[in-house]
Ligand binder design. Structure first.
Ligand SMILES: Cc1cc2nc3c(=O)[nH]c(=O)nc-3n(C[C@H](O)[C@H](O)[C@H](O)COP(=O)(O)OP(=O)(O)OC[C@H]3O[C@@H](n4cnc5c(N)ncnc54)[C@H](O)[C@@H]3O)c2cc1C
Length: 414
């Protein structure tokens, strides 16, 4: 089979490249940066096989005014960007309007996530897997003892999808995570979930495997893609070269819409920006990731740092970082872990989640654009969803059937 070109060396592009190589296909990747330094660099690194609750849920909309007016709140919309984001936001609200839709999306997320650990084992091979994937479980915590409407619905969605969860209360919580603020009143432990030693390391390791398998990497910015009128080839214009390719896969994360513009592909797609602050590993003795569900941030013990990640900021791809978010994240983690040594702070990072309004990625093709494949839109869970997405995309390219129903990820749903 002729070589396939992939635009994007993030987690989705790299997993798909290795999955294709494992099927005997030659692969070229084009990226303007070093592999793994886009959004896949600074995320919370959670491998959440049990994550099956869409972001927009019934009952959530009533929280939005409170979140938007709270400077410490998890959601912000930059006023200047609001007109551009409005169509996406309206679709986001509609997606969360009914419980029936939430259950449908929950099932599609479950299909995408539940095999992530086994699929990483297959992509990485046993020795890299043990070094990079940490099967510690994850702890979700709440300060408010009463369950909200969205908590109750999330429970129902998880139950319907067969997710095993252990509810903890009182001393059990503090035995599991010593040093946690006593304001925490309830917790849930997800035993099958884990995290990566470091997401950059994960992508770099996949890149090493890709290179050892004979993969070609071209470091150039793609300015545009067009279809050549007289043949089924695509022309990729980059900073220095231009390539004519017969088969193309777009895995360019939050930048995918921009790249597809020249082909006339219109999609409701935007970025939900997120931030992290990381501290040297010695700042906190933490063994498992802790997710504060009310404030929507997570603290992950990575191999080389303690990472605090969170926020959804609607401000597009070009807006400057909001430097105040750093203090908010530090305030959040200090409150959750009063003994953390923040003197060891070392990094503040902004990243761009590639987001559809319904929390599902686009893993798809269009009849009008033969041999062009879409692999982007993983939003909050790309590290978790990438290996199954790679499986789906590789099967699409090979023309082999998928083992799960892939209709929910079709671009034609919009
Ligand atoms: C704060 C935060 C926390 C998160 N936590 C988690 C988590 O715990 N677990 C989880 O599963 N997910 C998490 N995510 C989501 C996850 O990080 C993303 O879904 C995932 O990284 C997206 O991967 P990607 O390969 O699609 O995109 P990217 O990693 O962004 O890769 C896209 C690549 O395309 C390249 N590219 C773009 N435009 C061009 C161009 N014009 N020319 C050439 N190359 C181009 C970029 O350089 C980049 O390397 C989090 C995200 C954020 C922001």
């Amino acid at each position: 089979m002729e070589k396939i070109s992939i635009i994007g060396a993030g987690i989705v592009g790299m997993c798909t490249a290795v999955a294709l190589q494992q099927r005997g296909v030659a692969v070229r990747i084009i990226d303007e940066r070093e592999p793994g330094t886009g959004t896949s660099f600074g995320n919370a690194g959670l491998v959440s096989v049990d994550s099956c609750v869409p972001i927009a849920l019934p009952g959530m909309i009533k929280n939005v005014p409170r979140w938007l007016t709270d400077p410490m709140g998890p959601l912000s919309v930059r006023p200047a960007y609001l007109p551009s984001a409005l169509p996406w936001l309206i679709r986001w609200v509609k997606s969360g309007a009914s419980e029936k839709n939430a259950f449908r999306l929950g099932h599609a997320l479950r299909q995408l996530h539940q095999e992530a650990v086994d699929q990483y084992r297959k992509l990485l091979g046993p020795e890299h897997f043990d070094e990079i994937i940490k099967l510690t479980g994850q702890l979700y915590i709440w300060e408010n003892s009463a369950k909200s409407r969205t908590d109750l619905l999330s429970e129902k969605i998880r139950k319907q999808n067969g997710v095993a969860v252990r509810e903890l209360a009182g001393e059990e919580i503090f035995d599991m995570v010593p040093g946690l603020n006593r304001a925490v009143t309830r917790a849930e432990f997800y035993e099958k979930n884990g995290h990566v030693a470091n997401p950059y390391l994960l992508v770099q390791r996949l890149f090493r495997i890709f290179s050892e398998n004979g993969g070609e990497f071209i470091r150039q910015k793609v300015h545009g893609v067009s279809r050549q009128a007289d043949s089924n080839t695509y022309r990729i214009i980059t900073t220095c070269d231009d390539f004519s390719v017969k088969r193309l896969l777009v895995c360019s994360g939050a930048w995918s819409k921009k790249i597809l513009k020249g082909l006339g592909v219109g999609i409701p797609f935007d970025t939900e920006r997120g931030y992290h602050v990381s501290f040297d590993r010695g700042a906190l003795d933490l063994k498992i990731p802790v997710l504060h569900k009310e404030r929507a941030f997570g603290v992950t013990p990575m191999v080389d740092n303690i990472r605090v990640a969170g926020f959804v900021e609607i401000a597009g791809l070009e807006g400057l970082p909001d430097m105040k978010k750093e203090e908010v994240l530090i305030g959040n983690v200090k409150r959750l872990f009063p003994k953390i040594d923040i003197g060891m702070k070392k990094n503040f990072w902004l990243g761009f989640r590639p987001s559809t309004p319904d929390s599902l990625p686009i893993l798809s093709q269009l009849d009008s654009l033969p041999n062009l494949y879409f692999g982007f839109g993983h939003g909050h869970t790309g590290i978790t969803g990438a290996p199954m997405s790679a499986e789906i995309l590789a099967n699409m390219v090979m023309g082999t059937p998928n083992t799960i129903d892939v209709k929910p990820y079709d671009i034609k749903r919009f």
